[in-house]
Design a protein. Structure first.
Length: 251
């Protein structure tokens, strides 16, 4: 479910670390209500691109243009490795953080909003887990909690960085149903993924990159053998041209 109007446009976008481009002159647009996978070899700049869209990194060149949405309308799920789970907080309180863009940091979450937290817990299959500390959860359970927080956040644009990494098939299937639910509602969902079979089954649009653009469009037309070979060749060429940088190790 999408229309042709762009919600997010990349114009000659370059993002660099220490003057080394992690994303190089990337251009194109995400249609409103589209469901897009971002794929490419390790070090292709995929995670870097999401961080720039959400405002965590500034472009070195070019720009990112939002149409009809503000940065506060974007929800972002980073890789789990970037999240500190040692903080003593419950599942319910973690999900309630999704309300902050509506109520602010200093205002209390009220009864009706707690009902939304309970509804989100039920939708992700964690009814009864509200008072569990997040540190005690499995990787899959914690990912369900993070999806519940996104449900509560109720954003128009949702960015997911490797949402299925290190979780079991059942959890992956359940979370994919939530992504399909968002897509059916007309939200714009953009996900960095590695499993090409998963992309082909569920994502109608794909952006294939290797620091620079390789292909962007209908998944069947982008994920060709020729394009995948070109992406690997470009990744190898960039690896020889530039020294590895720690920020790009998981991108």
């Amino acid at each position: 479910m999408s229309d042709t109007a762009p919600v997010l446009t990349l114009s000659d976008l370059t993002i660099a670390y220490d003057r080394q481009p992690a994303v190089h002159h990337l251009g194109g647009s995400f249609a409103r209500g589209s469901l897009t996978a971002i794929v490419g070899p390790n070090g292709a700049g995929k995670s870097t691109l999401l961080k720039s869209i959400v405002g965590l990194l500034r472009p070195s060149e070019g720009r990112i243009t939002l149409s009809g949405v503000k940065r506060s309308d974007i929800a972002y799920l980073p890789q789990q490795a970037e999240i500190d789970r040692s903080f003593p907080i419950t599942v319910a309180d973690t999900i309630a953080l999704g309300h902050w863009r509506h109520v602010g940091i200093w205002r209390a979450v009220t009864g009706p909003r707690w009902k939304e937290v309970d509804a989100a817990l039920e939708k992700v299959g964690l009814t009864g887990f509200g008072q569990h500390p997040i540190a005690k959860l499995s990787t899959g359970q914690f990912q369900r909690v993070l999806f519940a927080r996104l449900l509560v956040q109720n954003a128009a644009v949702i960015l997911l960085d490797e949402p299925f990494a290190a979780i079991d098939e059942r959890t992956t299937a359940d979370l994919m149903e939530i992504i399909a639910f968002w897509h059916a509602q007309g939200r714009t969902v953009i996900a960095v993924l590695h499993d090409m079979d998963e992309v082909k089954r569920h994502f109608p649009t794909t952006l294939l990159m290797a620091r620079e653009l390789v292909g962007w469009g209908a998944t069947a037309e982008v994920l060709t053998d020729a394009n995948l070979r070109r992406a690997r060749a470009l990744a190898d060429a960039w690896a020889h041209l530039l020294k590895p940088h720690k920020h790009e190790s998981a991108a």
